[in-house]
Design a protein around this ligand. Structure first.
Ligand code: ACO
Length: 156
């Protein structure tokens, strides 16, 4: 598997990006402001993430997704490790990520990779999304904010 930055004229894998965020408006904003990386297997995009510089010395993974067919095979972890390394190489001191209160697997993965919970943006998804989001039988209302101090090696 190869992870690479997508070119300026290259179409982003919207099908994957939409797995992580149902808002096309948010995705387009992130694509315009951030750097997009894809994981390729036999020439096809199977994973994606967008890294966004948010403040001096701080960046955030604002979208990360793996094709449903390949989920649970370690690609998400590899993408996170790539983003962590890239953020550090870029001179950042902090890397952030946020996900819904209902995203149990994502919260597990991010903490396994070294992110710590720093806060809760209460009712973020209620304020910003028209449709209710239900996941794992839980109403997704709040954004759980996580961050890591760099450098940090992702635990194996
Ligand atoms: N409980 C505990 N651990 C879990 C659970 C769960 N319910 N679900 C997954 N995990 C753990 C696994 O145990 C595994 O850990 P391990 O390596 O120690 O065994 C890890 O999470 C999964 O690792 P990967 O296989 O590397 O993850 P995957 O390739 O499936 O990618 C991702 C993870 C990106 C979250 C993928 O499932 C996906 O695309 N989901 C849909 C889109 C999405 O929700 N994206 C994130 C939204 S938030 C944001 O974009 C900032």
């Amino acid at each position: 598997m190869k992870i690479r930055k997508i070119g300026y004229s290259e179409p982003p894998p919207m099908n994957l990006l939409l797995l992580a965020d149902p808002s096309i408006e948010f995705i387009e904003d992130y694509l315009n402001r951030g750097e997009t990386y894809i994981a390729e297997l036999n020439g096809a995009a199977v994973g994606v993430y967008i890294l966004l510089a948010t403040r001096p010395g701080t960046c955030e993974i604002v979208n990360i997704a793996v094709s449903e067919k390949y989920q649970g095979e370690g690609i998400g972890r590899k993408l996170l490790q790539h983003a962590i390394e890239l953020a550090f190489q870029g001179g950042n001191k902090t890397l952030e990520i946020g996900t819904g209160n209902s995203s149990i697997g994502q919260l597990a993965l991010y903490q396994k990779c070294g992110f710590r919970i720093t806060g809760v943006d209460k009712d973020f998804f209620v304020r910003h999304y028209k449709e209710d989001i239900l996941e794992n039988g839980i109403h997704c209302r709040d954004m759980i904010r996580l961050s890591m101090d760099l450098p940090l090696k992702c635990p194996k």
